[in-house]
Design a protein around this ligand. Structure first.
Ligand code: ADP
Ligand code: MG
Length: 247
């Protein structure tokens, strides 16, 4: 489904991604962990070309984008397609403050997919019900808790019917009592077969849901394996140290 090949990225003289290779299969859930500054967010941003990698290739389904070329029409349309087929959920929910939950979820399909308004509304309702917000559709973000806002953000990402969902520390900005409701929604989506890449330090989620856990440090994939292997039998010293520090 997703293939990341030889991705390298520097900011000035700071090498942030050294040479990342990663394949995510259809319906697979991959959890990425690693210390702050290890390049996790940059990797997710490179997958969608929100950040252009210096070199490397990103493939999503049949669409392939090679980094480091000058923009032309074909390339721009490939990048657009890449983004349209990727759902991105950030730590900060970034909802439109002047739109209701329902309007937030309808926006993408109407503006980008040119979907009929009534159809977009019906689909948005289904999605908001799915994330447990059937009774909050007409609320503005300011009237919703952080957990509810993040669930709207997930519904909004799903409204574009992405091939893969990318989550960048989706529960890090939430009060502890609101973390569970967001993780439950993500777990439900995983069960339904959604392909997901999740940057999180929630080990319970990783143990329950991840098909594969990747440990990153210093712009590299240091170690990857099942959650059981990574958490109970880490091979690398850096993984061991990280796990000691976060637990
Ligand atoms: P993580 O998400 O693992 O905490 P990031 O991908 O955010 O790590 O950052 C990795 C490194 O890249 C950090 O040293 C960070 O300061 C640097 N970095 C990230 N984005 C930029 C940017 N736009 N300009 C310059 N440096 C950046
Ligand atoms: Mg980050």
């Amino acid at each position: 489904m997703v293939s990341v090949q030889n991705i390298k990225k520097s900011f000035d003289n700071n090498i942030v991604l050294q040479d990342i290779n990663l394949t995510v299969n259809k319906s697979e859930v991959v959890v990425i962990m690693g210390p702050s500054g290890s390049g996790k967010s940059t990797l997710l941003r490179c997958i969608t070309f929100l950040e252009e990698p210096d070199t490397g290739i990103i493939k999503l389904g049949e669409n392939e984008v090679i980094a480091g070329f000058k923009p032309n029409k074909k390339r721009k349309s490939s990048i657009r397609e890449l983004r349209q087929n990727t759902g991105f959920v950030f730590q900060q929910f970034n909802l439109f403050p002047h739109k209701t939950a329902l309007e937030n979820v309808m926006e993408g399909p109407i503006v980008i997919k040119k979907m009929d308004r009534q159809e977009a509304k019906e689909k948005a309702k289904v999605l908001l019900n799915k994330v447990g917000l059937g009774d909050r559709m007409d609320h503005y973000p300011a009237k919703l808790s952080g957990g509810q806002q993040q669930r709207v953000a997930i519904a909004r990402a799903l409204s574009m019917e992405p091939m893969v969902m990318l989550y960048d520390e989706p529960t890090s900005a939430l009060d502890p009592e609101l973390v569970r409701e967001v993780l439950l929604v993500m777990k439900e989506l995983a069960k339904e077969g959604m392909t997901m890449v999740v940057v999180t330090h929630e080990m319970g989620f990783a143990k329950d849901v991840a098909d594969r856990v990747i440990f990153m440090d210093d712009g590299m994939i240091v170690e990857e394996g099942s959650s059981d292997q990574i958490f109970n039998r880490p091979r690398e010293e850096r993984t061991k140290r990280f796990l000691r520090d976060v637990s």
